[in-house]
Design a protein around this ligand. Structure first.
Ligand code: NAD
Ligand code: UGA
Length: 439
């Protein structure tokens, strides 16, 4: 029986390994983490992350060929294939602070693997890492190897939160990069055989290590760039009377452009787009390519502009101050169907409103009150009043129409995702602002 061990039981490690276990009953999969509460949650009825369909997959496999454990060294020592899916956040201090990826967790994982391994291992980069990381990892492993053979593969993950299970079951592609030596190609084949249990052969792409590492950063940069492009156009729509939904539809009808990922919004959030673009920018700068770095930097600048534009719009519409005004915020996670609040645009929007002393109430079906308090009280400013968190009906329209009388008039609605039926809300009496649409 092939044994797989995955370091990091987070948004990627957990769901990815659960699907491998589901589709490969002949493989034993163990997900390990340094966090004791996280592993306890994976072993309980209340999984540490919310993902549609995840509960069912875990229930089916846990205890059969899927295990969660804090006994990292034991499972690493026993494994044939080790996935490393630890976090790689943006560095906050030292060389490259604010841009470069912090590989501390990755490096300590690699040193630990070198320490405890007693047999040959395939080590798979699942985390998103700077191009050429495999070279550094290889050095750490081989210099401490005691004669053991390590093969490093790059196998970046393309799942999106909220659709992780669907994405894993039917990936657009699986990408595997390895050394172009016979041993490297043997390792590539071993990993390919795992995915071939459910992914069609022609969707499994094999490249060299650096192409695989760079493709992940490039894919996220292209995706984020589409959002910044449509968001930039949304500002022009507001200035001219064009409607961004109509423009995006017309643009996306061109088969060379395609219709997906063209929804104007209050700005992209999530733990990866900004982090990965900053990382790309840093790599370009380090390689003497300032023009390329500046090109990608602009994607983040437009995203920041879109978030502050939204806040400014709220404040200026409400007679240039929201001080003391009651504002309900529906939705706090960075997108629907997740409880993840990392880099959510809601944090910037709420902080902007709180900065002008608004009284805000926040509702998100997947985010706890504690999490919201933590996100909004973290550094930057010291709020002089606590945030009100009130339970509200998940169906905004129903809730709002029921309690219309409770609103001070004129009442406003600001739709940062263009999901509300603006006409219906105007009929009720609201002044509605949608991104990139005429008032
Ligand atoms: P996460 O923070 O949810 O999970 C990472 C886990 O790794 C944490 O539970 C942490 O305790 C654990 N960890 C850290 N060091 C460890 C060690 N030495 N040994 C064992 N466990 C350790 O992060 P995530 O969202 O799952 O992201 C992981 C990686 O995957 C990142 O590089 C990210 O860029 C990439 N990625 C994320 C997504 C996503 O949707 N979240 C998608 C594709 C790729
Ligand atoms: C994104 C990518 O889609 C994944 O392929 C990638 O694996 C992942 O990053 C990663 O590397 O972490 P994720 O951030 O989970 O996935 O979610 P997305 O669906 O990409 O949404 C990101 C943000 O963009 C959200 O805030 C979303 O609301 C926003 N968005 C998305 C828009 O504003 N408009 C759109 O048209 C699409």
């Amino acid at each position: 029986m092939v044994k797989i061990c995955c370091l990091g039981a987070g948004y990627v490690g957990g769901p990815t390994m659960a699907v491998i276990a589901l589709k490969c009953p002949a493989i034993e999969v163990c997900v390990v983490d340094i966090s004791v509460p996280r592993i306890a949650a994976w072993n309980s009825d209340q999984l540490p992350i919310y993902e549609p369909g995840l509960d069912e997959v875990v229930k089916q496999c846990r205890g059969r060929n899927l295990f969660f454990s804090n006994d990292i060294e034991k499972h690493v020592a026993e494994a044939d294939i080790i996935f490393v899916s630890v976090n790689t956040p943006t560095k906050t201090r030292g060389l490259g602070a604010g841009k470069a990826a912090d590989l501390t967790y990755w490096e300590s994982a690699a040193r630990m693997i070198a320490d405890v391994a007693k047999s040959d291992k395939i080590v798979v980069e699942k985390s998103t890492v700077p191009v050429k990381t495999a070279e550094a990892i290889e050095k750490i492993l081989t210099h401490n190897s005691k004669g053991i053979n390590f093969q490093i593969l790059s196998n970046p993950e393309f799942l999106a939160e909220g659709t992780a299970i669907e994405d894993l079951l039917k990936p657009d592609r699986v990408l595997i990069g390895g050394r172009e030596t016979p041993e490297g190609q043997k390792a590539v084949k071993a990993l390919k055989d795992v995915y071939a249990n459910w992914v069609p052969e022609d969707s499994i792409l094999i490249t060299n290590l650096w192409s695989a590492e760079l493709s992940k950063l490039a894919a996220n940069a292209f995706l984020a760039q589409r959002i910044s492009s449509v968001n930039a156009i949304s500002a022009l729509c507001e200035a001219t009377g064009a409607n961004v939904t109509e423009v995006a539809y017309a643009v996306g009808k061109d088969s060379r452009i395609g219709p997906k990922f063209l929804n104007a919004s209050v700005g992209f959030g999530g733990s990866c787009f900004q982090k990965d673009i900053l990382n790309l920018v840093y790599i370009c700068e380090c390689n003497g390519l300032p023009e390329v770095a500046n090109y990608w930097k602009q994607v983040i600048k437009i995203n920041d502009y879109q978030k502050s534009r939204f806040v400014n719009r709220v404040v200026s519409s409400m007679f240039n101050t929201v001080s003391g005004k009651k504002i309900a915020v529906l939705g706090f996670a960075f997108k629907k169907d997740t409880g993840d609040t990392r880099e959510t645009a809601a944090i910037d929007v709420c902080k902007g409103l709180l900065g002008d002393k608004a009284k805000i109430s926040i509702y998100d079906p997947q985010v706890t009150e504690d999490q919201i308090q933590r996100d909004l009280t973290m550094n930057k400013f010291d709020w002089d009043h606590p945030i009100h968190l009130q339970p509200m009906s998940p169906t905004a329209v129903k809730q709002v129409s029921v309690t219309w009388d409770a609103y001070e008039k004129p009442a406003f609605l600001f739709d940062g995702r263009n999901v509300i039926d603006a006409e219906k809300m105007r009929e009720i009496g609201f002044i509605v602002y949608s991104i990139g649409k005429p008032l």
